[in-house]
Write a protein that binds this ligand. Structure first.
Ligand code: BTN
Length: 268
């Protein structure tokens, strides 16, 4: 076990054990477990291209080249966290809402074990007490207007002690840190996969999950600085629209629509 990670004593995330506890119809029913990979995104992408069924999950104990948004690295030391990718086959309309599905599912899974409420920081970070506990990433392949596959990557800090990692010590948290004790990953994983399926099915049925997502967004009403490519937008985050774009009111009164995949946010 690496420094900074604390074992809960429950480390059996093998496909057999996970599937014994799963209550889902399709998310996690194909479950691929690896001790170490470059990135679960790479493995999931290869499986998706090869025709893996919707809901297939790739989970790894360690990522040697974990990826974050906008080309950043994602710290993935071995054991203790939940580091996974889920293959989905949404429509184009649904694709733009997958980060809503995933962030709501993470918030719901955290509720199973923590009394602290998690919040969503636009576009797709999950926070507890203002610190990041989970990052989300969506990769996809389009053929014209059709989505061939999408992969949702989820990195949830469970038993990591962020203080051991100087690069995230001030900005990150984990369930261990919030609860003050090691946390069993299996129940969190099972809850996460069930919530992923519930919110994804709700999205497919046309239910307005963006309303719940918007309620959980801690960004709305705050002063923000957003970077979109080379453009810097400063103002007050006023609202989100149905597609999850953030509407920022600048001091000159103009309203700017920020697209989740392209902008990073800093609060002021
Ligand atoms: C971010 O906040 O920048 C997104 C982080 C996404 C991390 C997860 S961990 C599982 C999956 N595999 C990766 O390489 N990245 C995502």
């Amino acid at each position: 076990m690496a420094a900074g990670l604390l074992s809960s004593g429950d480390e059996d995330l093998s496909p057999d054990n996970v599937k014994r506890h799963l209550s889902t119809r399709f998310v996690g029913q194909a479950f691929h477990y690896f001790p170490s990979v470059t990135s679960t995104m790479d493995v999931a992408r290869a499986l998706a291209v090869g025709g893996a069924p919707e809901g297939s999950v790739v989970l790894a104990e360690e990522q040697r080249q974990g990826r974050g948004r906008l080309g950043r690295a994602w710290l993935s030391p071995p054991g203790g966290n939940l580091t996974l990718s889920i293959i989905l086959r949404p429509t184009l309309r649904e694709l733009s809402r997958l980060t809503m599905v995933a962030s709501l599912a993470v918030v719901q899974a955290i509720r199973q074990v923590a009394t602290q409420e998690a919040a969503i920081k636009w576009p797709n970070d999950v926070l507890i007490s203002g610190r990041k506990i989970c990052g989300l990433l969506v990769d996809s392949q389009l053929q014209g207007e059709a989505v061939e596959w999408a992969v949702v990557g989820i990195g949830l800090n469970v038993n990591m002690e962020p203080a051991f990692f100087p690069e995230i010590a001030d900005s990150a948290t984990s369930l261990y840190r919030e609860l003050g004790r090691p946390v069993e990953r299996l129940p969190v994983l099972i809850a996460l996969l069930a919530s992923m399926e519930d919110y994804y099915v709700a999205l497919r049925l046309g239910k307005p999950i963006q309303r719940e997502w918007a309620r959980r967004l801690e960004t709305v009403g705050k002063s923000v600085v957003a970077r979109e490519g080379n453009r810097v937008v400063e103002g007050v985050a006023e609202a989100v629209d149905d597609e999850g774009h953030l509407l920022v009111r600048r001091s000159d009164g103009t309203l700017v629509h920020l697209v989740a995949g392209e902008a990073t946010l800093r609060r002021v």
